[in-house]
Design a protein around this ligand. Sequence first.
Ligand SMILES: [Zn+2]
Ligand SMILES: [Zn+2]
Length: 429
Amino acid sequence: MPLTALHATAGALDLTAPGVGAIPWEQIHRARPRAPLTCRECGHGLHAKVSPLGARFFAHDAGAPACSLTGETMSHRMLKMELATAIRSAGWHAELEAPGTGWRADVLATSPDGQKRMAWEAQLASTTAQDLTKRTATMAVEGVDVCWVSDKNTPWMGQVPSIQVQSPGESEHATNSGLAVIAGPAVFDPLWCERARRCDRANAPYGRPPGPCAGHGHWTGLGDPMDLHCFVQHVLGGAVKAVRSSTALHLGFDRHNAGPYVWTTHPHWAAEQKQLQAQAARDAWVADRGPHWDAIPSQRALHEAAKAALLARQAALRPLAVEFVATQAGGPVGVRDPDPDWAMGTPLYVHDLAQAVISPVASRINDEIKQRLASVTVIVASTKERNRLARVCAAEQRFEEFEVETAKPLKPPSGVTLQRALDHLYPRY
Ligand SMILES: [Zn+2]
Ligand SMILES: [Zn+2]
């Protein structure tokens, strides 16, 4: 059911335009002889009609071929009329069902100077993102931008420049009687870490410094629906453009709205560009420092290495410790697993009575363990280890030192501490 028709002498008639072109309605509706009207799409004869609710439209005469305008629903026509009205109130010319090369625009907006054209498509029938991408490209060849409009949250929403609209009846947010845009426009929320060392979301490996913050900003939909007329005016005026975003979308809708296209203003586009540049700078920073970075053992690696060295030392001391306890206490010696109650040292027992502990960890000795250790002998592998433990043990603590071969624990490179290595590599932070 088209809203436009081709008149044999007057040319294209548009029911949404004031005055229906050059011909008064009375001369085409129920006129005798009947008005010479044909369909701009299929060329078949048309006649003017009025719906039970008083809406004017054109209908194909009997025996019409398959025509894409025949199947148009009432809501499709209403949406096209809304779009045409919005375009005209923005000061642009609106042409309905306008033909192009290999395409037909539902509503074609033309700037007052005739230089710019933009199609507004009421896409209510289901279709695919691929199909719309192709049709968008076809129109782009002729310099025509397009905005696809749906009243549903479709799978192609955001995959092409598109918006979702809602009738005022469907929402309490509607500000006036017109349609509201509820998806499509978006703003970029920038988020920068003021102190990069606190940049917990930078994906640095465990224990490594984060480097410069690449920004954690994202796109977000408008909090409130936007009046369709207002949106169309901003788009035609050039303040709002469709951009293909490269940053994660957090639009607050379901997965359908995860397409890359958003409608936004220049400052928001620039904010995303700034973050993309920061990401590139960060990538370069990582690439530049990668080799140094890899040379530094991570905190976890140092911890694992220290643990392995401790277990190796305890294993090496065990036979000598057993011999020592057997001689001192005179009984069968039981060796138990490293125990937190003994600061991860290996305890040796005779008749359920602890006699000695091999290499407890100094940093894990608290007051309680200190008292417990005071009743046994602490077995160590070096004077250095003895001195380290003596500082945290009771004054009367007994020690026994045995010389054994032990592996050297993993150390940061070239004798510098981990922190100094990091400070050298990352002076800016
Ligand atoms: Zn037709
Ligand atoms: Zn950050």
